[in-house]
Design a protein around this ligand. Structure first.
Ligand code: GAL
Length: 360
């Protein structure tokens, strides 16, 4: 076990040199020391990475080189997710390299190509842009690399192009519906001022992302399906980012004041930002305003317990990471997926003060 771990670390070090070198410039400290693409150092590093991977297999680990591409490291939920993924893979003895796409699809494309050049056994990819799915799928198909896509779901048609491809994630419609239900579960169903309608602002994630689209649509749909009248005071993109959530909420609270009864945030990090603005404006969650998010980040769970958030929805990072590894191992075992059966979903869970402690 110890030997396998040591070899794994060596393989990672060699692979990092290659990845960074082939990517060219960049802003991290490691990248600045890298050699230019295509020189002999790079080739030697590639050979070394392949060798150490073989040694890792020989040393008795599960073996296999796995390349993981994350859309950007600077994302609260995806940080929890990637840590879970890395832990599970390394616990199983795989050699794992995780790359930061820095929210740049071109950068991620390079990283995918580098992993292919290194002849990784499988890829786990969290695409930067959902719209890049066709290109990513055709690249991994040409290279014949079993691939699990995570977090940003392509359409079934896109996935049907490659039978060694599967998506593991959640059905974002479910999380939106649960957010709406959290508001319906309040004593006045979100109509705090009793004027017959629920007046809300919507702080959206990256609107290119289906999670943002569905959460926005289905949170409100849950209210209207229950017969509530709704009024959208504002909808703005906060790109999943806490600071942007804070800014949007601050501006809207100044503009609409007590007219705002509900703040829907497509994720918790933006909700934590919105909470800062709510508190700075002297408002009190669950008394004169409701606030809901998605993800069940630790910070949000604390606020739900403290009554500073109305509720959140568990986006099960551990469950999705385990599902992604299971699907990857099925692909490595030779399983192929028929068109229309390439999405594997993990359920969301509604989180209220009653059950929040179960997730802390
Ligand atoms: C969502 C998650 C967000 C953000 C986004 C990135 O599922 O709720 O917090 O991480 O994925 O695509």
């Amino acid at each position: 076990m110890k030997l396998a771990r040591k070899v794994t670390a060596m393989a990672m070090a060699s692979m990092m040199v290659f990845s960074m070198a082939a990517c060219g410039g960049g802003d991290s400290a490691t990248e600045t020391t890298a050699a230019p693409a295509g020189d002999t150092t790079t080739q030697a590093a590639t050979e070394a990475a392949k060798e150490t991977a073989k040694e890792a297999e020989a040393a008795g680990g599960a073996g296999g080189n796995i390349g993981v591409c994350i859309y950007k490291f600077d994302d609260a939920f995806m940080t929890t997710y990637r840590n879970a993924l890395q832990e599970i893979l390394e616990g199983k003895g795989y050699t794992v390299t995780v790359m930061d796409g820095k929210n740049d699809q071109a950068e991620q494309n390079n990283q995918i190509n580098n992993f292919i050049a290194q002849e990784v056994d499988a890829l786990i990819i969290n695409p930067v842009m959902t719209s890049a799915a066709d290109q990513i799928i055709s690249t991994v198909k040409d290279a014949d690399i079993p691939t699990v896509l995570i977090n940003r779901e392509p359409t079934p048609e896109q996935m049907s192009a490659y039978e060694k491809l599967v998506y593991v994630g959640c059905d974002a419609r479910q999380s939106g519906t649960m957010q709406g239900e959290l508001i319906l579960d309040t004593p006045n169903k979100g109509d705090i001022n009793g004027d017959g309608k629920v007046s809300y602002i919507m702080i959206q994630g990256d609107p290119e992302n289906v999670d943002a689209q569905y959460r926005t649509e289905f949170s409100v749909k849950a209210l209207t399906d229950a017969g509530m009248e709704v009024e959208e005071l504002d909808l703005q993109r906060g790109d999943w980012d806490r600071n942007k959530g804070q800014e949007i909420a601050q501006n809207d609270l100044a503009k609409f004041g007590n007219d705002i009864e509900v703040i829907f945030c497509n994720n918790d990090d933006m909700a934590i930002g919105a909470l800062q603005a709510i508190q700075a404006a002297g408002r009190k969650v669950n008394e004169d305003i409701y606030l809901v998010g998605v993800d069940a980040l630790d910070a949000a769970l604390n606020e739900v317990v403290n009554g500073n958030m109305t509720g959140t929805v568990l986006n099960d990072a551990n469950g999705q990471a385990a599902g992604a590894v299971e699907a990857m191992e099925a692909l490595l075992g030779g399983k192929t997926y028929a068109s229309g059966e390439q999405s594997i979903y993990v359920d969301y869970v509604k989180v209220t003060p009653e059950n929040a402690a179960d997730f802390q």
